[in-house]
Structures are given as structure tokens and as C-alpha cells.
Design a protein around this ligand. Structure first.
Ligand code: GAP
Length: 481
């Protein structure tokens, strides 16, 4: 299935900006391509997703602990990991505009155009051919595929292409103050290596026995050549990765275990299962002996959100060789020293954020009792990660109602994120909270003064009911769980 709803995708991008979720970085200077800033509600949503992942991986597993490694690492790290030699993508330049494209992105964009023109089968064939040629590192074949399909440069509009060549995606910078003394170091392109180089530190200090995992969340940087699709592909992004260290020979069963476990986490957000699928890698990364993507049906098509990789002992073995330090584990159960094998789960936090927005965003229209039409844009974000859980709205700005609303704020804000709003009509405030994805609103009115009850309004159904204001925090926590 190829899905294509550019209208919806553009609407989500506009909504994200208008309601303070995501802004283009350095916008006042016309922005920086493929770099984004998260606004008040975006940073809150992102933090909640990060926490959900962190808790699911560390707190819910006795044998997984977390770390927070530095972004800068010794430059040899990237030699050992294979990134200096292998972390590159096939690129092609247009001879007239000099614009450079990642070959797979160029072909994917052309496939999107074919789908828009109703040529679904042609699009699928082109993508299948691309996968086969990429897997075979057949650069001449890839150029041929671009030429046969008459794919044009979006700037010059011509089909004058160079040969396909490989370009490294790592950013580098100088460490040291004086240029002669400075040495070139890289901004990490994945967080995983911070885990590998700390493998023994963590195993010993946290007294871990194999099988065990190390989890980490942090920034990663890639000089992505094609900067499109909003926060789907960024140059600075955040990864949530976990390396699970296992006895060699057990990788198949642990790979299957983590595939299932990670899919369960995705489905714990209440998103229907048919929005997800597994996609086995045809072309394996330089470190993997098996790899699968968890893909999601984004409005721009089925796209990867998470990778699960069986990384063998590739990384630890290479770090042992390049550092000259033993990175072995003594397994008391079998009385043997060995370099552990690794199953990795790696998900992009920004991509998970985009997935959440895409699924949550809905434009609803209905007929009112008087026959007129009404509409709203609502973000049906799962309550557990919604930026604001509860909006507290006094009906009027006077007559003692704000004071009671403030009392409710004081009783709930310790438990979850609450938002106080007294401007505008109640209808407008409800709409604004719908657009921010707030699952619960309570309204304080004159009856509250008499019997300490409030009206609670549920975002998804717009249903309202009267409930006691005392014990509200517990009531909402119960609803969220
Ligand atoms: N350590 C393994 C690794 O980095 P990857 O498939 O290259 O594997 C893992 O990346 C995840 O990181 C992807 O599934 C995606 O969610 C996210 N990711 C990768 N490149 C990204 C980019 N340029 N922008 C946003 N997210 C990205």
C-alpha cells in the first residue's frame, strides 16, 4: 500500500507551527534547512514520549539500565564503528543546477509523483528496482533507473546527471583552540557508540549479567543531503537506542523477542495495529546480520520509524581491536570468556513525535441540532503523552470563579500538566484545547460555588458531565490509565 495525502501532511505542518509545537530553526534568518525547534507544547509532547520510552525500557526491565554519554567521542570510535569508511549514501548531482540528491530520496520523490498521477504499479516497480540495485551497490544501474524514468532536477528541470557516488554523512568539527593543535572530531551520527565504549564500565558498576541492556536518549547528527518532509528527516535529531548484550548464538531468539516487544510498545499508544508493519532490510547496514524496520502509515506513505538490528559482535570486536583494551565478558554459567553479541532497538524521537501528530490530527465536521454545520481541528493525542492533560476554565473572570479555578490548579498541578485559561468564550477555549490535544477540560461556574462540582468535557467525544471538584486529580489519573 502506498498512501499519499500531501494535503493532510501540509495541514499538520501548519498546525504544528500555529499552535506552538514545532518551528523552523532560526526562522527570523529564513531558517536552516532540516533543522527544527520545538515550541512550548512540542517540547512537552516530546518529553512525554521520551519518558514513555525510557520507562518502558529501563523501569519495566530489571536487566536494562540507562546512560547519558557525551556527543563528542574520540575520533577513533568512528573508525572502529565503520562510520568513517561506510557511513555514506549514494548521491547524484544535477550538472546544470549543481544540486546534489540522495539517490533513494530522488527515486522515492519520483515514485510519489507517479502515485499522484494514478500510476501506483509503476511507482511500486520503481521502488522494488531501486531496492534491488541498492542491495547490489549497482551505481551504474541506479543512474540508468533515474535516466530511464526521465527523473528531472527540481531546480533546473533537466535530466543531466553525474555518475552516482558515495558521500559520508558525518559532520565534523575541530577540537582544540589553536588550529595547528586542533584535531578533527565528529558529531555522533548515532548514540549507540556511546553505549558500546561504556559496555564494561556499565556491566561492572551496575553489576549486570548477560543478557542485559543499556539504554540511551540523545542527539545525533547527519548531513542529510535531501532536506524534505518536515521533521521526518533532520540534520540534528534525537535517538532513543538500546543495546541488548547477549550470549553468541542466541541472537535469533532475542531478535524475535525485541521485534515483538517494540511493536507492543507502539501499540500501547492505542493506535490501531494496521497502521504498523514490519519491513525486512534488503540491504543490510555494515554492522548487521539481520535488520527490520517498524514502519508506520504516515500521510506521506509507509515510512520507517524504528529499526531493530542484530549487530553481532561487530562493534565490540572492533572497539577491542582499535583500542587495544579487552571488551570481553566472563559468563559464569558456561565458564567462558566471550565478546557478547548485540540486538539493538533504535527509534527516532522526532519521528515518533511526527507519527503521534499524524495519527492525532483530525478535521471533524458535523451538523448541529439547528441544522447548521460545525467543525473543529482536534489532536487526539494519547492522554499519557498529551502536552496538557487538564485545562481549568472559569466561566467568568469574576464573581469568585477564578479563585476556585486556581484552587483546582493548585490541587492538580503536582500530578500532571495543567493549564489555566480565562480569556474568550468557553466555546473558543474548548476549540483551542482540542487543537492542542488536551484530553480533559473542567469548567468552573456558579453552581461550583454552591456544591463544589465542575463540568468535565472530554476531548474525543465532546461529551460533558458534572463531577465533584474534590478528588479531581485522582479522577483524571484513573481516566488516563
Ligand atoms: N544505531 C542504529 C541507527 O542509527 P538508523 O536506522 O540509521 O539506525 C535509527 O536510525 C532511527 O533513527 C530511524 O529509524 C529513525 O527513526 C531515526 N533517524 C535516522 N535518521 C534520521 C534523520 N535524519 N532524522 C530524523 N530521524 C532519523
Amino acid at each position: 500500500m502506498i498512501i499519499n495525502d500531501q494535503h493532510k501532511f501540509q495541514a499538520i505542518i501548519s498546525h504544528a507551527k500555529e499552535y506552538g509545537f514545532v518551528f523552523q530553526s532560526s526562522e527570523i534568518y529564513d531558517g536552516l534547512s532540516a533543522v527544527y525547534d520545538y515550541g512550548p507544547w512540542g517540547s512537552e509532547l516530546k518529553k512525554n514520549i521520551r519518558e514513555s520510552w525510557w520507562n518502558a525500557m529501563t523501569r519495566m526491565h530489571d536487566n536494562i539500565v540507562g546512560i547519558d554519554a557525551a556527543i563528542f567521542m574520540h575520533p577513533t570510535t568512528w573508525k572502529a564503528s565503520g562510520h568513517v569508511d561506510n557511513f555514506s549514501d549514494p548521491m547524484i548531482d544535477n550538472k546544470d543546477s549543481k544540486k546534489r540528491y540522495r539517490v533513494d530520496h530522488l527515486l522515492e520523490a519520483a515514485a510519489d509523483e507517479l502515485v499522484k498521477a494514478g500510476k501506483q504499479a509503476d511507482a511500486e516497480k520503481m521502488l522494488t528496482d531501486m531496492d534491488t540495485l541498492l542491495a547490489a551497490n549497482d551505481f551504474a544501474g541506479l543512474k540508468q533507473l533515474i535516466e530511464t524514468n526521465k527523473i528531472k532536477c527540481s531546480v533546473s528541470g533537466t535530466c543531466h546527471w553525474t555518475d552516482v557516488r558515495q558521500f559520508n554523512l558525518m559532520f565534523s568539527t575541530q577540537l582544540g583552540s589553536v588550529s595547528e593543535e586542533a584535531s578533527e572530531i565528529y558529531l555522533r551520527p548515532e548514540t549507540a557508540q556511546g553505549i558500546f565504549v561504556n559496555f564494561l564500565n556499565v556491566q561492572k558498576t551496575a553489576r549486570m549479567k548477560i543478557p542485559f541492556g543499556i539504554a540511551q536518549v540523545g542527539k545525533a547528527f547527519r548531513n542529510e543531503i535531501v532536506a524534505r518532509q518536515f521533521i521526518f528527516r533532520m540534520r540534528e535529531f534525537e535517538q532513543m537506542e538500546m543495546q541488548f548484550f547477549i550470549r553468541p548464538g542466541t541472537q535469533k531468539e532475542w531478535y524475535a523477542y525485541w521485534k515483538e516487544e517494540r511493536m507492543k510498545w507502539h501499540q500501547s499508544f492505542g493506535i490501531p495495529a494496521d497502521n504498523y508493519r514490519f519491513h525486512d532490510h534488503v540491504k543490510l547496514a555494515h554492522y548487521a546480520d539481520a535488520a527490520v524496520d517498524i514502519e508506520f502509515a504516515f500521510p506521506i506513505g509507509w515510512k520507517e520509524v524504528e529499526g531493530i538490528h542484530s549487530r553481532t559482535d561487530f562493534d565490540l570486536k572492533n572497539h577491542q581491536q582499535f583500542s587495544g583494551k579487552k571488551l570481553q565478558y566472563f559468563d559464569t554459567e558456561i565458564n567462558q570468556h566471550y565478546i557478547p553479541y548485540v540486538i539493538e532497538t533504535s527509534i527516532g524521537l522526532d519521528r515518533m513525535f511526527l507519527l503521534t501528530l499524524c495519527h492525532a490530527y483530525q478535521e471533524e465536521k458535523w451538523q448541529k441540532e439547528d441544522g447548521t454545520e460545525d467543525s473543529r481541528v482536534v489532536l487526539k493525542i494519547p492522554a499519557k503523552v498529551a502536552p496538557i492533560k487538564l485545562a481549568v476554565l472559569p466561566l467568568l473572570k469574576k464573581e469568585g470563579l477564578p479563585e476556585i479555578a486556581r484552587e483546582i490548579m493548585a490541587s492538580c498541578r503536582d500530578e500532571f500538566y495543567c493549564f489555566y485559561e480565562e480569556k474568550d468564550t468557553i466555546g473558543k477555549r474548548y476549540r483551542r484545547m482540542d487543537a492542542l490535544g488536551t484530553p480533559f477540560c473542567v469548567t468552573v461556574d456558579h453552581q461550583t460555588k454552591e456544591d463544589r462540582t465542575v463540568t468535565i468535557r472530554y476531548r474525543d467525544t465532546m461529551q460533558q458531565e458534572r463531577i465533584p471538584m474534590d478528588g479531581l486529580a485522582q479522577f483524571i489519573k484513573k481516566k488516563m490509565s
